[in-house]
Design a protein around this ligand. Structure first.
Ligand SMILES: [Zn+2]
Length: 322
């Protein structure tokens, strides 16, 4: 087995945006002896190639660290430092912020943010519906915890036996297996069992000028401000956050300019604009699904959003009032 070939293959198979991942979200890993190849932070899954987009890490010390760790206020940055210290070879890129849980799981790991999963797991009723659909499949549903250390620790705490299918509330899906084929088949099986997607995923980013794009997607026509005021998954906070405005006269002032007339503009590089657009479509799909199925949307608590953004809670509260 060539671990890099496997990693490239897993990453390519999961590069279905925005349905399975949005922007640089989602990650993959393959273990080979005492080494683990994991997607590098900031790369899209479709950018993982034979020579780029991944980092090699000595994963056993990371597993040991997580098992012994009891957590404290600096737990997240401590884990990051520890993981970075165990990079093997070139340190041109940093490993994914989710390297912790990859170290704990089986040989082949796929982590995605499928809309099909999140349209259920961003709702109050979601865990119960998922538990019913997957009653004959070994799985676990982890209540929302912040990505990075806390999620890695929550998964480590499931040892010694971790179900092959892990649902993450307000976040996404992880599957892991001892072979590449098994991991891919399991991921597909999970998606096939979930309610089908109804959304319009065809989109276009029309270049207006350098670093300015108009978003074209029929579904985004009636996006509303209340939806954007709440955060339903971590990447929404990171990628869209509070960088939006509705019907602004000065459309160059903010990154994301939305209009009820349907003319939506993003002022960013193409890669960032694409990430914003994909996350917006995911958000709108989750919203539309909840309306159609009379489900209650469940936002992430604001103290967690502040944490994800590395902001002081009060400062974040003030931002929200703007
Ligand atoms: Zn994730």
């Amino acid at each position: 087995m060539d671990p890099i070939l496997s990693l490239v293959n897993l990453s390519k198979e999961m590069s279905v945006a925005p349905q399975l991942t949005q922007g640089a979200g989602g990650n993959t890993s393959v273990k080979d002896g005492i080494e683990m190849y994991v997607k590098a932070s900031g790369f899209r899954l479709d950018e993982v190639g034979h020579k780029k987009g991944f980092v090699k890490v000595s994963y056993l010390p990371v597993l040991d660290y997580l098992q012994k760790s009891i957590g404290n206020v600096t737990a997240d940055s401590d884990l990051k430092k520890f993981v970075n210290k165990h990079i093997i070879g070139e340190k041109n890129f940093l490993p994914s912020m989710e390297t912790g849980f990859h170290a704990v799981l089986d040989k082949f790991v796929i982590h995605t943010h499928p809309i099909a999963v999140n349209q259920l797991l961003c709702c109050v009723e979601g865990p119960q519906i998922i538990a019913q659909i997957f009653k004959n499949i070994d799985h676990v549903i982890i209540p929302f915890v912040n990505p990075g250390y806390y999620l890695s620790k929550a998964i480590t705490d499931l040892l010694p036996t971790i179900p092959a299918v892990i649902f993450l509330q307000n976040h996404g899906l992880i599957v892991h297996a001892s072979s590449e084929k098994e991991a891919l088949e399991l991921h597909q099986k999970v998606i096939d069992l979930l309610p089908p997607l109804e959304s319009d995923f065809t989109f276009k980013l029309l270049e207006k000028s350098e670093n300015s794009y108009e978003l074209l997607n029929s579904q985004l026509k009636d996006i509303n401000i209340d939806l954007l005021k709440n955060t339903f998954f971590p990447d929404q906070a990171v990628v869209i956050g509070q960088n939006f405005q509705f019907d602004s006269i000065n459309t160059e002032a903010t990154k994301l300019n939305l209009s009820i007339s349907g003319k939506n503009v993003i002022n960013a590089s193409y890669k960032e604009a694409l990430a914003i657009l994909e996350n917006l479509i995911a958000l709108k799909s989750i919203y539309d699904f909840s309306i159609l199925n009379k489900l209650t949307l469940l936002p992430i608590p604001i103290e967690d959003i502040a944490y994800i953004l590395g902001m002081d809670m009060e400062k974040y509260r003030q931002e929200l009032l703007k």
